[in-house]
Design a protein around this ligand. Structure first.
Ligand code: ASP
Length: 326
């Protein structure tokens, strides 16, 4: 049996925090996952190398940090690691996972995990999720699956997974499609295959791309303000339903499009995909004709990262559209 070398990168989050006597959860100076006496059950022939990459709550994670993580993982390939497990706060875990997947997701198995309950809380899920993530990272079937998120006995693709509950341990879900696979007592089961994805390993992460959520009665003022006062490289709009907007927003959006700003639209619905279906004023058909790019099946926080990757990869407008629409 060959030896599987797994690099573990701890970045912080509840998985490495403890609760005090009043129940307030905060980072520890020493990652509790590293303390003596923590027992996890692993398959044989695994070598673990542990690195404290950072000790940050995940709302402190930036695109620069995601970029550094990506560079560290690329180095791990040269150091003959077979796979990487990253522990991460759950609030922005899906964004880091998506960033890694869309840049270097085909290099080697990369598995992210976290916890909803800190290490000393009743029913803490951290060590268990960590053990499951290591088992998935050691499984040959994980090769070629892109970046994975393993939580609560489920394996999700970084492409679609999202945090859906503030506190429940079953918080990570893949809308519309469901999980890629399962972690059972004795097996790692992959039950779905995703189509090939285009990836761009970018060398910088510059640009401001805000997300704007649409709502009933929305006016164009906010879009105008954005264009006038901020230097914005692109925009992601969480549109209504299948991909529609209140008509009052259209003149300002038209103005931004005429100034060559890429505007990407996703749906604010949890399930389903955005597409130009409705042919009324403000409907998806009109938006698509104006040049708004419909980004299917991913949420706004992922669309923002995808657009940022597209801009930093310096894609032509046509390439950017193809990449975003895929
Ligand atoms: N607020 C925490 C974080 O994202 C939540 C968690 O890790 O579950 O760092």
């Amino acid at each position: 049996m060959t030896l599987t070398r797994i690099l573990i990168l701890h970045t912080g989050g509840t998985i490495s925090m403890s609760a005090d006597e009043n129940g307030a959860v905060r980072p520890d100076a020493k990652n509790p996952l590293l303390l003596e006496g923590q027992k996890i059950l692993l398959p044989e022939n695994i070598e673990l190398v542990v690195e404290d990459f950072s000790n940050l709550p995940s709302p402190h994670i930036t695109l620069e940090i995601m970029f550094e993580l990506k560079e560290r993982i690329k180095q791990a390939v040269n150091e003959n690691f077979d796979s990487v497990v990253i522990t991460h706060g759950t609030d922005t875990l899906e964004e880091t996972a998506f960033f890694l997947d869309t840049t270097i997701g085909d290099l080697l198995p990369i598995v992210l995990t976290g916890a909803m309950r800190s290490i000393n809380q009743l029913g803490s899920d951290g060590l268990y999720n960590f053990e499951c993530a290591l088992r998935v990272a050691a499984c040959p079937d994980a090769i070629g699956q892109g970046v994975l998120v393993v939580m609560n006995d489920e394996i999700h693709s970084a492409r679609y997974v999202t945090k859906t509950h503030t506190t429940n341990v079953a918080t990570f879900r893949t809308p519309t499609l469901g999980p890629l696979g399962l972690v059972t007592k004795s097996k790692i089961l992959f039950m779905q295959e995703l189509p090939e994805a285009k990836r761009y390993d970018i060398t910088h992460t510059q640009g401001m791309i805000p997300i704007i959520k649409a709502y009933a009665g929305m006016q164009g003022k906010f879009f105008e303000m954005l264009a006038d006062t901020l230097k914005v490289e692109g925009l992601v709009i969480e549109a209504l339903g299948a991909g529609n907007l209140p008509p009052q927003t259209l003149p300002a959006i038209q103005h931004l499009l005429e100034n060559q700003m890429p505007i990407v639209l996703v749906s604010r619905c949890f399930n389903g995909i955005a597409e130009p279906v409705y042919d009324y004023h403000g409907g998806g058909v009109e938006l698509a004709e104006m040049g708004v790019i419909f980004c299917r099946g991913i949420n706004s926080q992922k669309a923002r990262i995808k657009l940022l990757i597209a801009l930093n990869a310096e894609l032509s407008p046509a390439e950017l559209r193809t990449f975003m629409e895929a």
